[in-house]
Ligand binder design. Structure first.
Ligand SMILES: [Zn+2]
Length: 411
């Protein structure tokens, strides 16, 4: 299994200068690869593997390339060919695409060490050290450990639009080291959960846990204010640049806060349950409304589901996406569909009389669909009416503050 961990990095002034210089040489190497790909009639262009053989000549002709770690230089050549592959894939999918462009400094802000030339050190505390060959030591904020069994394949150092630095480790875990998932036959209504992704609440589980939305009002207010300030600055002036960084910083802060929130909720879910079922977003008409805000929230939910799926393997939990269509309309007890406008918060079935909260009913449908997805019958011994907490006493509301501070949704 492959995944990545990202950390904030704090190079010294001196090291930062080195990093910037290296990244710029990598940029030139990228552009040079592009040039040769289009203009050099040679046996060793056309694939990353072949193009790597050019690098000895490069270093003779342009000594500046010899300053770079050789594996990292190869990686940049590979990066060009990866972009090329992505481009042709998009073309195959009918997208109108142009040629790969020459990269300006602003468009090229990272470099990747692959296989060798790096070492992660001093990992016992909150701060760790990343050593890069030809660069030196860089301090990172080691807020979550890299698991012992993970193998670090690559390290990417990036200068963010905010001017801050980050490093991202590509990790690979041998699948044999991963915990086994529980037997499918052992799943039942008590160890499995369906989740309704929120409109009213952030999530609503089929066993009655409600997690509230993260309050980002202050952050968004600040973002709007700083964006207004930015629009008043003269384009490309020093003040504009400073303000642009300010805006990027707030956006980053919001993203991090959301990610942290999702990390905590997803970790709790996969450790608490043997199976977690969630709606498939690709077909869901999730939020009412349209445009940018909706796309942003859909992207955030996709991130949530990706986290869930990756942790499913890491912690040994079943995570399945189920058909989302009609989860709200359908009665969890009898299956009859009734129209339910967004403002109707209660489910009251005209056919069988079953009553539940709108989102609780939807979460229960997600759970049942998850069971059938795994080829399981819904246990007859567990009528929906009893499995689903409908009494307000059984509903367990969790504040965002609690999630942030304890990382737990439990009672
Ligand atoms: Zn019904």
């Amino acid at each position: 299994m492959e995944y990545s961990h990202r950390y904030s990095a704090y190079p010294t002034q001196q090291v930062a200068v080195q990093l910037e210089r290296h990244i710029d040489i990598h940029r030139q190497a990228y552009n040079h690869t592009r040039y040769e790909y289009g203009n050099v009639d040679a046996d060793n262009v056309g694939s990353a593997y072949k193009h790597h053989d050019r690098l000895t000549d490069w270093k003779d002709e342009h000594p500046v390339f010899a300053e770079l770690h050789s594996k990292a230089l190869q990686r940049t050549v590979t990066r060009f060919y990866q972009n090329l592959t992505n481009l042709s894939r998009q073309k195959q999918n009918g997208r109108k695409v142009g040629q790969l462009k020459w990269k300006s400094p602003r468009e090229f802000q990272s470099m990747t060490y692959s296989q060798s030339g790096f070492e992660l050190k001093n990992t016992s505390g909150r701060r760790a050290t990343l050593w890069l060959s030809k660069i030196g030591d860089i301090e990172i904020r080691y807020h979550r450990p890299i698991p012992d069994e993970a193998n670090i394949k690559e390290v990417t150092v990036k200068k963010e639009t905010t001017g801050d630095w980050s490093v991202s480790f590509s990790l690979e875990t041998d699948d044999t080291n991963l915990p086994e998932k529980p037997e499918v036959d052992s799943l039942d209504a008590s160890n499995s959960v369906g989740i309704d992704l929120g409109i009213q609440d952030y999530i609503h589980t089929s066993d009655g846990t409600i997690v509230e939305w993260l309050d980002l009002d202050d952050e968004y207010e600040r973002l709007r204010r700083e964006q207004r300030n930015l629009s008043r600055k003269e384009h490309d002036s020093a003040n504009y640049e400073k303000q642009r960084k300010e805006v990027a910083q707030i956006k980053r802060h919001i993203q991090r806060k959301v990610l942290d929130y999702q990390q905590k909720i997803t970790t709790w879910l996969v450790t608490e349950y043997d199976a977690v079922f969630v709606e498939d977003l690709n077909v869901a008409g999730m939020l009412q409304g349209s445009g940018n805000a909706r796309n942003k929230q859909d992207a955030a939910w996709r991130q949530f589901i990706e986290l869930l799926e990756y942790k499913a393997d890491l912690y040994g939990c079943h995570v399945e996406q189920v058909e989302a269509r009609g989860t709200t309309k359908e009665c969890a007890a009898c299956g009859v569909e009734t129209e339910k406008p967004i403002w109707v918060r209660e489910h009251a079935c005209p056919s069988c009389g079953f009553e539940a909260g709108r989102d609780a009913n939807a979460a229960m449908n997600v759970l049942q669909r998850g069971f059938s997805e795994l080829g399981l019958e819904w246990p007859e011994s567990t009528p929906v009416e009893t499995a689903l907490p409908t009494d307000t006493d059984d509903i367990h509301e969790v504040s965002a503050k609690r999630v942030i501070e304890t990382g737990s949704l439990g009672a």
